[in-house]
Write a protein that binds this ligand. Structure first.
Ligand code: WT7
Length: 681
């Protein structure tokens, strides 16, 4: 972490928006910050007015910390806002989705067609007995039917819980049961780097572990049986799972013949819209709850201003809908604005390392929103790949998921943005629903590595351990900002990021666990929401995010808790005890290092380390597979028995050992370090 701070604080370049960009931007007046801050409720009310409501709200905000209600009494439907109002208006034949499958199959779906497809699925859900408030688990590849199923749920008022297709049967099982889902919607499989991810077989496995709430499994046929071809590419062998009559429902029979008429359910602004699971600092994932009116207001506003979205834009967010980024900036934000989005199913190096750039050229994408880990991967592959493509359709770039290191920012700026596209580094979370700290591209002078300032109407600050505000008032004033640095190390204020006022798209809770909601976010500080991130502010009042301060790792921009991986490890018969840390990694941001103590009775064998890595991948999903597993006799613990992860990080990252005075047995760390170094060499 200290490395991050010093590289960030050595960064002094400033990139003002071009005059041409500002002149045409959706928002270019810096007064908007003051205006929104002086009356955030009416600012947000203005944005809510850009949605379609069956009935207008009676009041804007009711705030009983930590419970917020926005647009009380208002009635709306998210699907109507994303689909019907465009399909029934001048955007009827505008493309809603441009899809590319990994084998190169392309589909373009207009808003009118989207309305038909979504309505059929919604009728199918109703036929399966799904009603308003019922939970539907969606476990699908990144194909149009995933977005359509989400929208179909929203249409009838069902609560979707999308589980990323890379998660294991165990993870899926846990999420299905926590949400008490009545229905699982899946596909036979999805393409990933030339292989098929066996989604249906994984659902079978999860249900075999016991999911009493599930009545049916609805399966879309994405790949067909082995030997089928897609775009002349044969489907390789894969586990097709089993077919259980009555429980399992075939999409072709059950959805395709249905009527394209299905009315939208009139939802209350505060009715639950979806649950999305995210890792916390314990082993159990948190089911983050979002409601309808506030969430839709937040994503509509941020999409329009942060990405400067215009009617002609082709918006390409590379996130999977299994993450919040896919919910907010593939589906709900862009579609609430009637935009055209690009969806891509597969790996970035299929068939070659220029796939993303080819997709952008082929569909003339104008906005690209991706993650620092992807940018660092492209850097590693080399600038010759994007150089072969035109990329001249692009006009704006975005970054999300973790702090972007200035080197990656500059590479993105030069090789993808051709030095003309503004870059928006957007800080937010599953819990915040929408972007919170970000440049506005027509206004903000960006600095590589800084997410800059809170979006208008959002109040953020930096607090110390005791909850004292460290941000001098004048730094909150955008017009006071000096904008340019004198050079050298900038004075900085470091502490915990905190959000000091409620905002419309904030999570309304953790599904089924109100106590954990209060403890995780609302207990650390008396008057603010605590997101779990460290941050610094510079002399212009810009925020520099410094990563998590809790036991959550950011591996390729995804939240994984250290405890989750530790419990997967101790689940293996060989492991007595495990400590897991995120270790700095050039491409992934953080890589997982696990230190394990093997049970005395267990006979160690060659291949045990690989077996342990595979065990974690099996328990949680491939994204949680540790890079290193270090077998050790002891772990560094305080006298009270708490594992000192900080010291393990020092060992793994090859740093001088920090303070070891609280250790019960200081010899443990130096032994570990010797072991680690011999392993690396
Ligand atoms: C955590 C949230 C919402 C986007 C996808 C991740 C980190 C996210 C940034 C950024 C620095 C960032 C934070 C945050 N993060 N964006 N631009 N700069 N850090 O959603 O899985 O809920 O993770 O991602 O640590 O708390 P998530």
């Amino acid at each position: 972490m200290s490395d991050t701070i010093s590289t960030l604080l050595d960064e002094n370049r400033v990139f003002p928006p071009t005059e041409a960009f500002s002149a045409a931007a959706n928002m270019s007046n810096p007064d908007i910050y003051d205006h929104a801050a002086s009356d955030p409720e009416s600012f947000w009310e203005g944005w809510a007015g850009a949605l379609h409501w069956y009935k207008k709200w009676d009041s804007v905000l009711e705030w009983n910390r930590p419970y917020a209600k926005w647009f009380l009494g208002g009635k709306l439907n998210a699907c109507y806002n994303c689909v019907d109002r465009h399909a029934l208006g001048p955007r009827a034949v505008k493309r809603a989705i441009i899809f590319e499958g990994e084998p190169g199959d392309i589909r373009e779906i207009s808003y009118m067609e989207l309305l038909d497809e979504v309505s059929k699925i919604a009728n199918g859900l109703l036929n399966l007995g799904i009603r308003k408030g019922d939970r539907v688990c969606i476990y699908m590849p990144m194909i149009p039917e995933l977005a359509m199923t989400m929208l179909a749920c929203a249409r009838i008022g069902a609560v979707h819980s999308v589980v990323f297709g890379g998660f294991s049967a165990d993870s899926l099982h846990e999420r299905i049961n926590d949400a008490q889902a009545k229905l699982v919607v899946t596909a036979d499989g999805g393409w990933r780097r030339g292989h098929i991810v066996p989604l249906k077989a994984t659902v079978d496995e999860a249900l075999d572990m016991g999911c009493p709430s599930v009545e049916h499994v609805l399966m879309y046929r994405r790949v067909g049986l082995p030997g089928n071809t897609i775009n002349k590419i044969p489907v390789p062998d894969y586990n097709v799972g089993k077919w259980e009559p009555i429980r399992d429902i075939d999409w072709n029979e059950h959805i395709l013949p249905l009527s394209t008429d299905c009315p939208c359910e009139e939802m209350d602004s505060e009715d639950m819209m979806f649950i999305l699971y995210t890792s916390g600092s314990t082993g159990k994932p948190k089911g983050i709850v979002h409601t309808t009116g506030g969430y839709m207001t937040g994503v509509l506003a941020t999409t329009r201003w942060v990405f400067d979205l215009k009617e002609e834009d082709v918006f390409f967010c590379t996130a999977d809908c299994g993450w919040i980024t896919g919910h907010s900036y593939v589906v709900y934000g862009p579609m609430a604005n009637g935009a055209t989005v690009v969806m891509y199913e597969g790996a970035l190096d299929m068939p070659q390392k220029d796939r993303l750039w080819r997709i952008i050229d082929r569909h003339r994408a104008t906005i690209l929103y991706t993650a620092p880990t992807a940018i660092r991967t492209f850097m590693k592959w080399g600038a010759e790949w994007p150089k072969k493509c035109r990329l001249d359709s692009l006009r704006l770039l975005g970054s999300v998921g973790e702090p972007i290191n200035p080197e990656a920012w500059i590479w993105y700026h030069e090789h993808i943005g051709k030095e003309v596209c503004p870059i928006v580094d957007t800080w937010w979370q599953t819990e915040t629903g929408a972007i919170m700290i970000t440049p506005l591209p027509g206004i903000t002078k960006t600095k590589p590595g800084s997410a800059t300032r809170p979006f208008p109407g959002i109040s953020a600050t930096i607090l110390d351990e005791q909850g004292r505000d460290l941000m001098p008032q004048h730094l909150m004033d955008v017009k006071e900002a000096k904008w340019l640095h004198s050079g050298g190390k900038r004075p900085s204020i470091g502490g915990y990021l905190a959000i000091t006022r409620p905002w419309p798209s904030m999570t309304r809770g953790i599904y089924g666990d109100p106590e954990r909601f209060v403890n995780t976010y609302w207990t650390r500080f008396k008057d603010a929401y605590f997101p779990g991130d460290g941050a610094k502010a510079d002399e212009d009042g810009y925020f520099w995010l410094l990563g998590r301060v809790d036991d959550v790792m950011l591996v390729s921009g995804h939240n994984i808790s250290t405890m989750e991986v530790e419990s997967a490890l101790v689940d293996h018969p060989a492991v007595a005890e495990a400590a897991v840390i995120g270790k700095k990694h050039e491409v992934k941001g953080q890589a997982i290092s696990a230190f394990v103590i093997i049970r005395a009775q267990f006979k160690q064998h060659d291949g045990l380390i690989e077996e342990l890595k595979a065990h974690v991948a099996k328990k949680i999903g491939a994204l949680a597979r540790p890079d290193d597993v270090i077998i050790t006799a002891e772990l560094p613990k305080t006298r009270s028995g708490k594992i000192m992860r900080r010291l393990l990080r020092d060992v793994a990252e090859g740093r001088a050992l920090g303070d070891t005075t609280t250790l019960a047995d200081p010899a443990v760390v130096s032994a570990l370090r010797d072991k680690y170094e011999s392993m690396e060499g």
